[in-house]
Design a protein around this ligand. Structure first.
Ligand code: SAH
Ligand code: SF4
Ligand code: F3S
Length: 444
C-alpha cells in the first residue's frame, strides 16, 4: 500500500454549537484522507472557514477573514506550496454565488448539509482547478454518510440530533440556511452517544436548531424518550439539550426535568421579546403569558431549574412600551444568564421588509439597558451560590499550576485547585467566590 501523505487542516468555526459539531465531524471526514488538525494557519494545507449568517456582523466577518487568507496563500505559494481554501456553513449556503464572485481564491464552497462529500469535493477542486460549489439539500441526510470514528472529543461533547427549522420566525435565516426540520434516527444517536462515552465523554449536549421538536421518524418518540434512554448508558453522567422553542416544551420533557437526575437543571429557552405584539410580528406563536406558564410548570417539576434566554431588541415596530414589557418579563422570570442582540435586518426574511425599522441609536440604548439588567441577574445568581456545594464536572486545566476548570449543573464556569486526575470527574465543590462570569471554590 502507498504511504499516506500527512496533511494539515485548520477549521475555524463561528456561530452556534451546531457549527462546532459540524466542524468536528468535518475533521472526522478528512482524517482517513491523511488530514490532521492544526491550529497554526502557516502549517495548514487546507483551511475551512465554517461560517454563521445569523446577523449582519457575523457574516461580514467572513469577508475580512478572506482578505487575510489571500495573503497567507501568497506566502505559501512563494514557499512552493499550496493552501486550499474552503468556505462552509451558513454564509456559504446563503451567499455561495457571492463568495464565488468576490473571492476567487476560495476553491470549495459548501453548506451545512453536504460536508460528508468533502473527499469528492477535494478531489474535484484539485483535479479541475475549478471552484466547487455544493449547497444542495440532499434527500439523504449527511448523518447516513458520516464516519463512525471520532477524533478527540473531550469530557463534554455536542451531539446533533435534529437539524433545520420549520418555524420561520420572521427575523431568522436559519430555515433557509439549514433547511427543513429533520430528526436523526434514534438508533444512530444512541450509537454515537455510546461511542462518545467509550472515548471518555461524560456529558453530552444534544443539539438541534429546534431540538425539542425532535421526533424519531420510525417510532415517533420525542426528545424526552431519547434523554431517558441515553441516561442508561453507563459512564454518561450528565445530559443537556439546546436550543428549545417554548412551543415545543411538551409534558414529557417537562416531567423529565423533575425525575431525571442526569438531566442538568439548566435550560436555554429563548423568549426574544416580552411584548405580545412583537412576539406575534416575530411569528413566535406564543404570548408572554404562555412562556411564563411553561417556566412555572418547569419549576414545579424542578425547583432548582436555572434559565437562560435569547433576546432581540429593536425588532421593527418595537416601541418604548414594547421594550418595557421585555424588561418586565426579565424581572419576573429572572435568568441565570442570557444573550441579547440588536435586531439585524437579514435579506430575504419577512421582517427585513417591514416598515417601522427602529433607529440604530434606539436599539443601542435598549440593548445597553437590557444587558445591564441581565448582567445584574447573572451576578446575583452567581453570588447566591457562595456557601453552596455544587457538583462540578472538570474538563480543563488552567494556566496556573494545579488550577482546574469545570462546569456546575447550571453551566457556570468553576475554578478550583486539584490534580490532573480531576479531568473527566465530577466532584463536590464548596463555592467560595462568585463573580459576574464565574465561580471559585474548594473541592470537598
Ligand atoms: N433556534 C434558536 C435560535 C437560533 S439563532 C431559537 O429558536 O431560539 C440564535 C439567536 O439569534 C436567536 O434566538 C435570536 O435571539 C438571535 N437572532 C436570530 N436572528 C436574528 C436577527 N435577524 N437579528 C438579531 N438577532 C437574531
Ligand atoms: Fe430561527 Fe425561529 Fe427557527 Fe429559532 S425557531 S432557528 S429563531 S426560525
Ligand atoms: Fe449561525 Fe447557522 Fe448556527 S446562521 S447560528 S451557524 S445555524
Amino acid at each position: 500500500m502507498m504511504e499516506k501523505k500527512k496533511l494539515n487542516v485548520l477549521i475555524k468555526s463561528w456561530g452556534c454549537q451546531m457549527n462546532m459539531y459540524d466542524s468536528a465531524r468535518m475533521a472526522d471526514v478528512l482524517a482517513p484522507l491523511g488530514y490532521q488538525k492544526t491550529e497554526d494557519p502557516k502549517q495548514a494545507d487546507l483551511i475551512i472557514l465554517n461560517t454563521c449568517h445569523i446577523r449582519e456582523k457575523a457574516s461580514e466577518k467572513l469577508f475580512s477573514e478572506l482578505g487575510r487568507m489571500r495573503e497567507l496563500q501568497k506566502l505559501r505559494a512563494k514557499q512552493g506550496g499550496t493552501l486550499m481554501l474552503a468556505v462552509a456553513g451558513c454564509v456559504a449556503q446563503a451567499a455561495g454565488e457571492e463568495i464565488k464572485r468576490r473571492a476567487p481564491h476560495v476553491k470549495m464552497i459548501f453548506g451545512p448539509q453536504t460536508y460528508h462529500r468533502l473527499p469528492e469535493m477535494l478531489a474535484r477542486a484539485a483535479r479541475d482547478g475549478e471552484v466547487v460549489l455544493d449547497t444542495d439539500f440532499p434527500p439523504e441526510p449527511k448523518f447516513d454518510y458520516l464516519p463512525d470514528e471520532h477524533g478527540d472529543l473531550g469530557v463534554s461533547a455536542f451531539l446533533s440530533v435534529q437539524e433545520g427549522c420549520d418555524r420561520f420566525c420572521s427575523y431568522c435565516v436559519v430555515p433557509y440556511t439549514r433547511g427543513a426540520e429533520y430528526s436523526r434516527s434514534f438508533a444512530s444517536i444512541r450509537a454515537e452517544a455510546e461511542d462518545f462515552v467509550s472515548h471518555g465523554v461524560r456529558e453530552i449536549m444534544l443539539l438541534g436548531q429546534n431540538v425539542n421538536a425532535y421526533k424519531d421518524e420510525e417510532t415517533g418518540v420525542g426528545l424526552a424518550s431519547i434523554l431517558r434512554d441515553l441516561a442508561r448508558i453507563e459512564g454518561l453522567e450528565r445530559l443537556r439539550y439546546t436550543t428549545s422553542h417554548p412551543l415545543d416544551m411538551d409534558e414529557d420533557l417537562i416531567a423529565a426535568h423533575g425525575d431525571m437526575p442526569k438531566l442538568m437543571p439548566f435550560l436555554h429557552l429563548p423568549l426574544q421579546s416580552g411584548s405580545d405584539k412583537i412576539l406575534e410580528a416575530m411569528n413566535r406563536k406564543h404570548t408572554a403569558a404562555d412562556y411564563l406558564e411553561t417556566t412555572k410548570r418547569l419549576k414545579a417539576e424542578q425547583p432548582r431549574l436555572a434559565l437562560s434566554s435569547d433576546f432581540i431588541v429593536g425588532f421593527p415596530g418595537e416601541t418604548d412600551e414594547d421594550f418595557e414589557a421585555t424588561m418586565r418579563m426579565v424581572r419576573e422570570v429572572t435568568y441565570a444568564q442570557a444573550f441579547s442582540f440588536k435586531y439585524s435586518r437579514r435579506p430575504g426574511t419577512p421582517a427585513a421588509m417591514m416598515k417601522e425599522q427602529v433607529l440604530e441609536t434606539v436599539k443601542e440604548e435598549r440593548l445597553a439597558r437590557l444587558q445591564a439588567l441581565l448582567r445584574q441577574q447573572q451576578t446575583d445568581f452567581n453570588e447566591a451560590c457562595v456557601g453552596q456545594t455544587l457538583s462540578v464536572l472538570f474538563d480543563n486545566e488552567g494556566r496556573a499550576p494545579n488550577q482546574f476548570f469545570g462546569r456546575s449543573p447550571f453551566m457556570q464556569a468553576v475554578r478550583a485547585e486539584g490534580e490532573t486526575s480531576l479531568i473527566g470527574s465530577q466532584r463536590d465543590v464548596k463555592i467560595t467566590k462568585g463573580s459576574p462570569n464565574s465561580l471559585e471554590g474548594e473541592i470537598v
